[in-house]
Design a protein around this ligand. Structure first.
Ligand code: AHM
Ligand code: MG
Length: 338
């Protein structure tokens, strides 16, 4: 047998079919996987196909849309609307929710950021898609304005040197799949992903350009990382998918806190905070809001009050989130048990 050729391919489809008896969920994940392949192809050909640059529109949060943002969004919406298993969709790129026509509708509601890390698109730095899935109740937008605890499946796809999908079913393990371009399939490459038990590499990841806006405990925590006896490295891609993927694999802490400039932080609750929190927690890490609206809570328990609302995020292992909590304690803030 020639080396390098598998005679068995543990594909994403196989994993999903073996791990859920829900046929509609299987269709949903296959649909998402197809849109990730389309997006990966567009991202990979962006230079030669002249897909860099602005599309000339503004998105739900007022950011300039890139051509690739618009294409990725269309790819996901077309795939999900026609899957027959979705009712309500929320995209970062659409101010309003999308209601699937009754004849095509199904039992899921999906929120997504089709191409996160927009500022990195044009310089060929990693970007990604993030999604969260909820079950349909009434078929209204309220189906998505529920506690993160109701999220039944969440994941992200990183477009980088490889295209890699990481996802989890609620209450299940976190699994990783790499796109094998030679067969056009996602292949199961990381089984039962776990946050490094000892906290892993000492890495802090945040946009330190926001330092002057931060509350004192966050400033203190970052100073503590820098002056620790075992010093930390700073790593910040500025694409949440890349920064969280590294944090999950290597350890460390990712921080995008609430601050004086952005009292709710920057990242979007429904399609950035909640899905990443589910993954981090189910891999054994901690996904905290930091001090937010008077207390420190779990991102996974937030209930969005609007589809594009924001939430602060502090994600990492107990060793490093503990450093942040200690700094809060010094300022008299009650902190949860780790
Ligand atoms: P986007 O949805 O407009 O791309 O913004 C989200 C991104 C995240 O991927 C990243 O973690 C963060 O914004 C970076 O923000 P900043 O440029 O303020 O550091
Ligand atoms: Mg985005």
């Amino acid at each position: 047998m020639a080396e390098g050729f598998d005679v068995d391919a543990p594909t994403l489809s196989r994993y999903v079919m073996q791990n859920t008896k829900d046929h509609e969920l299987t269709i949903l994940l296959n649909t998402l996987a197809t849109s990730f392949k389309l997006i990966a192809s567009a991202v990979g050909r962006a230079g030669v196909a002249q897909l860099y640059g602005l599309a000339g529109e503004v998105n739900s949060t007022g950011d300039d849309q890139k051509k690739l943002d618009v294409m990725s969004n269309d790819m996901m919406i077309n795939a999900l609307v026609n899957s027959g298993v979705c009712s309500v969709l929320v995209s970062e790129e659409n101010e309003e929710p999308i209601f699937v026509p009754v004849e095509k509708s199904g039992k899921f509601c999906v929120a997504f950021d089709p191409l996160d890390g927009s500022s990195n698109i044009d310089c060929n730095v990693s970007v990604g898609t993030i999604f969260s899935v909820f079950e349909k109740k009434e078929g209204t937008v309220d189906d998505l304005l529920r506690s993160g605890a109701d999220c039944i499946c969440a994941g992200y796809c990183a477009y980088s040197s490889a295209t890699e999908l990481v996802f989890t079913f609620k209450g299940g393990s976190v699994e990783g799949f790499c796109l094998d371009p030679t067969i056009g399939e996602f292949v199961h490459t990381r089984v039962n992903m776990k946050f490094p038990a000892d906290g892993g590499k000492r890495i802090y990841s945040c946009n330190e350009g926001n330092y002057i806006h931060w509350d004192q405990p966050i400033k203190d925590a970052v100073e503590a990382f820098k002056s620790s006896e075992k010093p930390y490295s700073a790593r910040y891609v500025g694409s949440m998918v890349a920064d969280i993927h590294r944090t999950l694999l290597y350890g460390g802490i990712y921080i995008y806190p609430a601050d004086k400039k952005s009292p709710k932080g920057k990242l979007r609750c429904l399609y950035e905070g909640i899905p990443m929190a589910l993954i981090i927690e189910q891999a054994g890490g901690i996904a905290s809001t930091g001090l937010f609206e008077g207390k420190i809570g779990r991102v996974a328990e937030l209930t969005p009050d609007a589809i594009h609302c924001k939430c602060p995020i502090i994600m990492g292992g107990p060793r490093d989130v503990g450093v942040v909590y200690d700094c809060y304690k010094k300022h008299g803030v009650e902190t949860p048990e780790l």
